[in-house]
Design a protein around this ligand. Structure first.
Ligand SMILES: NC(=O)c1ccc[n+]([C@@H]2O[C@H](COP(=O)([O-])OP(=O)(O)OC[C@H]3O[C@@H](n4cnc5c(N)ncnc54)[C@H](O)[C@@H]3O)[C@@H](O)[C@H]2O)c1
Length: 263
């Protein structure tokens, strides 16, 4: 079967860690033939990730930048276009979390969550849209939000709020960018055992992990590559007529709290 993203160039933020969702997304895009720019604020894994992608037969480059820094995002897009020629697909995926009861929220954590999860998406999506409009051939923007975009959880109230904000943001961008044939959608992972979740209070012992497993109707964590398959849907011709949309990729976690006891 033909690869569906051949001759497309994708940029994925927050993809430097081999356990990350961003890396799963990068792999899924490359497996469909896309060339990939791999971004992370931490430069340490980027050369290896780019080499892994090239070994799969696509062009790839690493590009370190903090998505919360507008100037760094602009420079990243300039470097990516200089090297890869164009950008057709942007996955604004980088995000951070803090576990903190509402009454304990610190200004530093509040600022960091808003900077990365809100401003970071604004900077990356704006640079993506500017580049795609300049190219004049449409494009695809996909944001990684979360199951927390629509379902509420305790001790991550600000994180959840930044993710819920993506509904409004994605819908508004879909409207503004539709005349340019740029689609904008978001995916909502549920529970992926990436480094992001390592410090989570409910991930510290076997009992907590088992409780999490049972909370997911499909009774397992998601794999980062499975998040990538959902991104491929929006990025590929299958998603040609889909914009302003949201897909949970969460094993059913977002349906609701109650299940049939041990089922
Ligand atoms: N893991 C989950 O269960 C889960 C669930 C729902 C949503 N998400 C979302 O998925 C996305 C990816 O999460 P993950 O689990 O892969 O996290 P992760 O922490 O494992 O990986 C995120 C990567 O992003 C990078 N990063 C952090 N801040 C950055 C910045 N300012 N600029 C550029 N890169 C930055 C980190 O260095 C890291 O390599 C996030 O938006 C997160 O909120 C994750």
């Amino acid at each position: 079967m033909d690869k569906r993203l051949q001759n497309k160039v994708a940029l994925v933020t927050g993809a430097g860690d081999p356990r990350s969702i961003g890396w799963g997304i990068a792999l899924a895009l490359a497996d469909e033939g896309a060339d990939v720019v791999v971004n992370d604020v931490n430069p340490s894994g980027l050369d290896d990730r780019a080499a892994d992608l090239r070994a799969r037969g696509v062009r790839a480059m690493g590009c370190a930048a903090n998505v919360a820094d507008s100037g760094a995002v602009t420079a990243m897009f300039a470097a990516a276009v200089a090297e890869m020629g164009r950008i057709d697909i942007v996955v604004s995926n980088a995000g951070i979390i803090r576990w903190e009861h509402f009454l304990d929220i610190t200004p530093d954590n509040l600022r960091a969550l808003v900077d990365v999860n809100l401003k970071g998406n604004v900077y990356v999506c704006r640079a993506a849209a500017q580049q795609m409009i300049a190219q004049g051939e449409g494009g695809r923007i996909i944001i990684t939000s979360s199951v927390q975009a629509h379902r509420q959880f305790p001790i991550t109230p600000v994180y959840g709020a930044t993710k819920h904000a993506m509904f409004t943001f994605v819908g508004a961008l879909a409207l503004e960018l539709a005349p340019h044939n740029i689609t904008v959608n978001h995916i909502g992972p549920g529970w992926v055992r990436s480094a992001l979740n390592d410090p989570a209070p409910d991930q510290q012992d076997a009992q907590g992990i088992e409780a999490n497993r049972r909370a997911v109707p499909l009774h397992r964590p998601g794999d980062a590559y499975e998040m990538g398959r959902a991104v491929v849907y929006y990025a590929s011709p299958d998603g040609d007529y889909v914009t302003g949309d949201y897909t949970r990729v969460d094993g059913g976690l977002g349906i609701g709290k109650y299940s049939l006891g041990n089922v």
